[in-house]
Design a protein around this ligand. Sequence first.
Ligand code: HEC
Length: 135
Amino acid sequence: MRKGTEWGIGTTALLVIGIIMAAGYFALPQIMQKGEDPVWAVPEGNPQHGAGAIIRYGCFSCHEIAGIRKATGRVGPKLHDIREQMYIGGVLANSPDNMAKWVRNPRRFSPETAMPDLGVMDQDVLDIAAYLYKH
Ligand code: HEC
């Protein structure tokens, strides 16, 4: 009788530990999900509008961009997971501020780059940066 109770407590404790570990395992990817990290947040930018701007300015014709079906261009690099990258265009340290600078005037930072200055408007720059860091 006593032995049985101890066994029961031991099993319950193991079960509880197991449930906590499983919860941690499933919750972690949610916590780490893209867009949550404040370093890459562009609070003034709207990623949904960014997707539209990427189409309007023709970025898709030169870049492969996650989540935009038309964006299959291979003139420039793929922009998937751009937040993992150290530099933008090989010249600017990767940050939301520098992303905005690059999209606005790439040739100011890399005069011989094939990426043209596209006259992207200020709000569109922020929206595009918000989109790129989420995808
Ligand atoms: C005519 C083709 C062309 C168009 C249009 C174009 N790009 Fe680019 N883009 C390039 C090329 C080429 C590079 C590589 C530049 C370099 O490394 O010198 C580049 C680089 C980049 C980079 C840096 C990528 C990296 O891996 O460092 C970003 C971000 C980017 N472009 C975003 C955009 C956005 C946003 C638009 C639309 C507003 C756009 N591009 C339009 C050709 C283009």
